[in-house]
Design a protein around this ligand. Structure first.
Ligand code: NAD
Length: 220
């Protein structure tokens, strides 16, 4: 009999998280979907139930930037599924100005800086730390969703390397942190044959990716 695999996806109720979750359900994974947005989570759960009724889904409303909530989630997941095969750290935020444009770096609010770092970077540390014991027995994989902005930085530069950027400096710095953290953890966890990857998507429409026509035209 084929073994059923289990995946944990954070920020599962968002645009990219929903795509990842639906794809994993379509290839037979059981799913733990985590999000701090209750209605996003409920929408995804009913979508999975209707399109893949055979999938076991555990929906957890939790903030991945809270140690307490991550520890609690890890315990619930281990009680239900015991070990897991894939952890996908996808939850993230990208604050913008009210008109949807990038926040100039020196205008970033101090508290918002901390909030972005906590949500995008500390959350990944917490999830890896507290889900490690569930990943270890099956040599599970960790996939961290970074961003192209974590490589290029944000902003509009005079040399037009990346003339359209809607992400601000705290967002891109947090994603650079995700990429670097991934490298450190990958080195350490190779001993356990647990691979750790970072994926750095470009622009993905929907969710935090609300792009104006000029941006879409430029990309095309
Ligand atoms: N959309 C893009 O163009 C793009 C490009 C590169 C990288 N990314 C990255 O992809 C990931 C998903 O982005 P998206 O476009 O689907 O955004 P989205 O806003 O649609 O989804 C993000 C999800 O994360 C959840 N979330 C936020 N903070 C959380 C927390 N503390 N605890 C639990 N859940 C939390 C939100 O409720 C939401 O459902 C993010 O990490 C983002 O930085 C997106």
């Amino acid at each position: 009999m084929r073994e059923v695999l289990t995946a944990v996806v954070t920020g599962a109720g968002g645009t990219i998280g929903t795509c990842i979750s639906m794809r994993l359900a379509s290839i037979g994974y059981n799913l733990v979907i985590i999000d701090n947005h209750k209605s996003n989570l409920a929408t995804l759960q009913s979508k999975i139930h209707s399109q893949h009724p055979e999938t076991h889904v555990l929906a957890l409303e939790a903030s991945v930037s809270s140690s307490r909530e991550v520890i609690n989630a890890a315990q619930i997941v281990q009680d239900k599924f015991r070990d897991i095969d894939i952890l996908i750290n996808n939850a993230g935020i990208s604050p913008k100005l009210t008109d949807g444009k990038r926040i100039p770096t020196l205008d970033i609010d101090d508290q918002e800086w901390d909030f972005v770092m906590k949500t995008n970077l500390k959350s990944i540390f917490l999830m890896c730390k507290y889900f490690f014991s569930a990943l270890k027995p099956k040599k599970g994989k960790i996939i961290n969703i970074a961003s192209m902005m974590g490589v290029t930085g944000s902003g509009v530069d005079a040399h037009q390397i990346f003339p359209y950027s809607v992400s601000a400096a705290h967002y891109s710095a947090s994603k650079a942190g995700v990429i670097n953290f991934t490298k450190s953890l990958a080195r350490e966890l190779s001993e356990f044959e647990i691979p750790v990857y970072a994926i750095a998507p470009g622009a993905v429409s929907g969710g935090m990716g609300k792009f104006d026509d000029g941006f879409i035209k430029y990309l095309k």
